[in-house]
Design a protein around this ligand. Sequence first.
Ligand code: CU
Length: 270
Amino acid sequence: MFSLNHLMGISENASEHGYTIDHMLEFCHWFMLALAVGWSIFFVYTLVHFRAGKSPKADYYGVRTKASTHVEFMVVLIDVLLLLGFAVPMWSRRVLHFPLGDAITVKVVGQQFLWNFHYPGPDGVFGKQDPALVSSANPVGLDPADAHSKDDIVSLNEMHVPVNHNVILEITSKDVIHSVVIPSMRVGQDAIPGSEVPVWFKPVKVGTYDIVCAQLCGSGHYGMKGTLVVDSEADYKSWLDDMEKLNAPASAPAANPAANPAPSPAGGGK
Ligand SMILES: [Cu+2]
């Protein structure tokens, strides 16, 4: 089937809310096309109508016609409609209606040049973190003395979520400003050191999707790419089990190098 997303170079939507964004993008494109055609016709009309042969003396006050006033009024009207009819309601749904009850929360921590995905583990509670404890073996600075931190799971560059579940990402960074963008989920949010900003989405299609850094963050920015795996319920459970087993022997939860590709050596980080 013909897909405007393909034409515009946008990845296929795989989230519940994504179609509303796609509809607005599509509407904007058709609107811009109508504007481009309309203004082009008007431009050609003025070129012919006010040609030098017909009006040899320049008019310093410009030309206003009823038609141009009408077009300007329509543009303002449609802009107001886009803003109040689409953008503001869409934004308020995204920020005011967080699915607090049943959502899966993952903390996303950007660093030069990879993503840490931090899960609370079987107890459902994120362990205590301390920036002073951050090391390559303990990438999110979990406090080993805290009972809740013992079962926490940290996955490098690979995030798993179950299909048809609300997912909340708590996004931050430990060095510079990064930006989490998951095109197929139609979400994007800067990762800002010192603040934790939540975004949410509901994946509706099982599959593997790109997570890209959309903020120029250093020499290795180009390689700062993670993977979102939307699993079936059973596959998600078994991935969590595997990650728990890998975390279990260590007293401090450590990232698992076997299940995760090593971060790009470019740029190094700290
Ligand atoms: Cu980055």
